[in-house]
Write a protein that binds this ligand. Sequence first.
Ligand code: 5AD
Ligand code: FES
Length: 349
Amino acid sequence: MTAFHADIADEFIKTGDLSDEKLRQLIETEECDDILIKAADKVRRRVYGDEVYLRGLIEFTSYCRNNCYYCGIRRDNRKAQRYRLSEEEILLCCKEGYSLGYRTFVLQGGEDMYYSDKMICRIVSSVKEKYPDCAVTLSIGERSEESYRAYFEAGADRYLLRHETADEKHYRMLHPEEMSLSSRKKCLFTLKSIGYQVGSGFMVGSPYQTTENLISDLRFLQELDPDMIGIGTYITHKDTPFSDKENGSLSLAVRLIAILRIMFPHALIPATTALGTIHPEGREMALKAGANVVMPNLSPVRVREKYSLYDNKICTGEESAQCRKCLEKRIESAGYRAVTHIGNVKRLP
Ligand code: 5AD
Ligand code: FES
């Protein structure tokens, strides 16, 4: 490694931050990966030990009113198979998840207004009533402040809403006119002010992304100071306007996980399904680079294929119990331990 790069990595590991120019150097070189990953693992072990938190993911609707150019369940994809789970089906998933040891349920879906505020509140309060020792995480996109408040009052604890890219111009290249980065950001700050534990994040290697865009993502996250940060590689979906675009790079994504861990020592960072899709050991690599959460799929197997955000998504054929076992093995092989408690963020006092 050049002394130049070593100095930059050193400064970053010591201070958890860098100037834009030095961050650019760090993001653009592979040279520092080994020391970054080692340092990130040290940070994660200091804050979270060897624990990896499990979250049962229920993908409850594949309908979406949005038309993001990269996403397989975008509104205009006529080939997408659409489904909605009933309240009973969602509760059955939670029941199965609870018996597998999950103490967080992530209810995720497209932006599907079929689920009214009343329904979402009823679902959240039923889950919380049946499983008071569990956290409920919502990931249902942009809704009004009143809606977010109502879900929170019904018992929702956490909310995931990736900003996708923090750069206005890049945001425009990934989304149609009717969507806006400013409303996305506003939602995130609103969710925080209501009292949710908030998660955001972005795709690595999405079409037209530059290093400057990634720096904007890191700067935005510093401003938001989220509890959870989810990133994954962009993966092409054959029935989207981006069908001819290339997948994002795994090594860049892993490097960014290490950078995130060092910048945000307390953040909950998942080893995402996208990373497991792009490479058979992608999630293990993410764990070793500082990720401390996995989100096994709890959706009924018959709908799994239909929640197709990108091509070749893994875990579509496996029963939930199989995913549980598979993940436990992967976590152990990476040198960590799957734990079944609620897994709240560890904030600085
Ligand atoms: N590749 C990778 N990730 C994607 N997402 C949506 N489409 C893709 C894709 N083609 C991610 C977005 C979204 C999350 C649920 O999935 O970041 O927030
Ligand atoms: Fe689902 Fe491995 S995590 S099969």
